[in-house]
Design a protein around this ligand. Structure first.
Ligand SMILES: [Zn+2]
Length: 253
């Protein structure tokens, strides 16, 4: 039996209940990018039950796995997660309402547009709505050899090839930063809850190309030689109710 594999196979309705209980963030710090931690270890209980699961970010998952957060503390946090405390409410529902959210990619902005960044019909960054109409994040992180090394799937953090990549995922004051080792791959989101927008900066790989997204330009290239092959300057524009945001075709570069 592959315990590691089974550990990940938590049913969608159980995950939904656990992340709703945590008010859609890490129970310890509010980070919207979460994993599901078994308070009594999975290899002992061999089942996924709501009362034994807690939503935590990768950093606090690491600490919980190593006993740096006690089981008693975790049970306490299930009852009173970070995002349930009134003073923390500003960071609650990180991306906010799906219908209202404006997703800024440089000078372009997209509203109710699920596929934010697409290469060859493959969405690398997308936003979907959950059962409570909150916007939730999806992103695929490939390395330069086209291996899918990690992803954010409905705000859940999933890694593959653990040995190769050391990820740093930080969240505070509406800023989410996901960085691979040496920042080769990164995704940063800056939320402005008052104005209902988030802004993206990112460096992603797909099919051996890198895509560097900055506030006013998008650079596409291959890692070696380091010279970018193509730079696109973004001019302003607001798009609402589109299926796709930025769409690139690898035939073009
Ligand atoms: Zn956390």
């Amino acid at each position: 039996m592959n315990v590691k594999q089974d550990e990940r196979n938590i049913k969608a309705d159980i995950k939904r209940a656990v992340r709703t209980e945590a008010h859609f963030g890490c129970a310890v710090c509010g980070n919207p990018i979460i994993e599901y931690h078994h308070i009594l270890p999975y290899h002992k209980v061999l089942c996924h039950e709501i009362h034994n699961l807690i939503a935590v970010c990768p950093t606090h998952h690491y600490k919980a796995d190593r006993g740096m957060i006690s089981k008693e503390q975790l049970y306490g946090l299930k009852k009173k997660p970070f995002n349930s405390v009134k003073e923390n409410i500003k960071d609650d529902f990180f991306l906010g309402s799906y219908d209202k959210l404006e997703f800024k990619v440089g000078a372009l902005s997209f509203i109710r547009t699920p596929n934010i960044f697409v290469v060859d019909d493959f969405p690398l960054i997308s936003i979907t709505r959950d059962e409570s109409n909150n916007a939730i994040m999806n992103a695929k992180f490939f390395d330069n050899r086209s291996n899918l090394v990690a992803e954010i799937q409905n705000n859940e953090w999933i890694t593959y090839f653990n040995e190769d990549q050391v990820w740093d995922i930080q969240y505070s004051g509406g800023k989410l930063k996901v960085n691979s080792k040496e920042r080769k791959i990164f995704l940063e989101l800056y939320a402005n809850p008052e104005k209902n927008y988030v802004e993206l900066k990112s460096n992603l790989f797909y099919k051996g190309h890198f895509f560097n997204i900055q506030p006013s330009k998008l650079t596409v290239g291959i890692e070696r030689p380091k010279e970018p092959m193509q730079i696109m300057i973004m001019k302003g524009g607001k798009f609402t109710d589109c299926g796709n945001g930025i769409v690139l075709s690898s035939f073009a570069f």
